[in-house]
Write a protein of this length. Structure first.
Length: 360
């Protein structure tokens, strides 16, 4: 089922905090969400058709049949976040990993339970020096494009982690309940000791989120709820219809035990512009979303198998890394250099969005 583009009659609403959101007609009260995101000077609403690549909604239906992804009958399907998702991304199922983290934010709120704010493999998809060699080495997160074919074997080890829950938007948007911008208030609210290693990671996240984009032609923002993540990605992709979303489908726990995995299938994802959202260290789920306008990225879903264990991983190949940080560990791990292609898997719970902007 292809995603249904929004009509040319869609309206663009300017929210009080400056975010322009393309809203389908009949969106109703859900259109009035106050999304904490930086202002944007324009809101193009257009009717853009889906391209010729594989739309993620079709792939997710395949995953449903295999029992690896779906949001049907899940309690999260009735949440405000799920209703927003259905309206903003018609035709795209919410990935199971994202639905689980939404429900986790309700059942095990970060305001009640402590989630450690330490970096994990999620930061290795970004282009900064946040990812370290010791963090990525031996995981198999980085690989060569030549390995992206059926029958290829990869050594992979993704450690399972206590994934940080996604707060409901009504909570995340309330600075008194869930502070974000002020370090002192964040540490006090979430009982993080000032001066501790965890506090330093939170400080680094705030600094990173408040800094301008690091690459020429890059758009970047940080989002504190699923609704603001979706809206930010849609805005970066130019609004209008045809936006899809996907996430890696891994076994329970979000990790992959160390082993030799064989590539069973590679499916290109439709689009020429992509937004990747990486979870950053914080006591509740905060996503740093970014995209580049250079159109040198390719996205895939890679089906992996090791014995009876299967996983469907979203992967990116960056064909031109000439403007990356030259000390990024991917270059050393892959024995390559600045400017050469780098591919990487997208860890559990990190959504990606795409759109076919250029018509054939």
């Amino acid at each position: 089922m292809a995603a249904k583009p929004w009509s040319c009659g869609a309206t663009c609403l300017e929210e009080p905090q400056g975010l322009y959101i393309p809203v389908p007609e009949g969106f109703g009260s859900q259109s009035k969400l106050h999304l904490p995101s930086p202002p944007h000077p324009a809101c193009p609403c257009s009717n853009t058709d889906i391209g010729q690549g594989m739309h993620p909604s079709k792939l997710l239906l395949i995953m449903v049949a295999a029992g690896t992804a779906a949001v049907h009958g899940d309690p999260a399907a009735t949440t405000p976040a799920a209703r927003f998702w259905e309206q903003a991304l018609p035709g795209t199922l919410m990935p199971e990993a994202i639905a689980d983290l939404v429900q986790k934010g309700i059942d095990h709120s970060p305001l009640v339970e402590h989630y450690p704010a330490f970096p994990d493999l999620s930061v290795c998809g970004a282009w900064s020096n946040t990812c370290t060699r010791s963090m990525a080495l031996g995981t198999g997160i980085f690989f060569h494009k030549a390995q992206l074919h059926q029958g290829s074997a990869m050594e992979i080890s993704f450690p399972a982690a206590a994934e940080t829950a996604i707060l409901p938007h009504s909570v995340a948007a309330d600075e008194k309940k869930a502070p974000f911008a002020n370090l002192t208030e964040v540490l006090a609210t979430f009982a993080i000791a000032p001066g501790s290693a965890e506090a330093e990671h939170v400080r680094d996240t705030l600094k990173w989120c408040q800094a301008p984009p690091q690459l020429a032609g890059e758009l970047m923002t940080c989002a504190t709820s699923l609704e603001s993540t979706v809206a930010s990605a849609t805005r970066m992709l130019g609004g209008g219809g045809g936006v899809w979303a996907a996430a890696s489908a891994l076994p329970s726990g979000g990790g992959l035990p160390r082993g030799r995995y064989v590539v069973e299938a590679v499916a290109p994802l439709d689009g020429d512009h992509f937004v990747a959202c990486h979870k950053v260290p914080f006591p509740y789920a905060v996503y740093q979303c970014h995209m580049t306008t250079r159109m040198t990225d390719r996205a895939y879903v890679v089906s992996l198998r090791s014995g009876a264990l299967t996983a469907h991983m979203v992967a990116f190949c960056h064909l031109d890394t000439s403007n990356w940080n030259q000390s990024h560990p991917a270059f050393e791990i892959l024995h390559t250099k600045l400017g050469m292609p780098v591919c990487h898997f997208v860890p559990y719970g990190n959504p990606v969005f795409g759109k076919k902007v250029t018509k054939a």
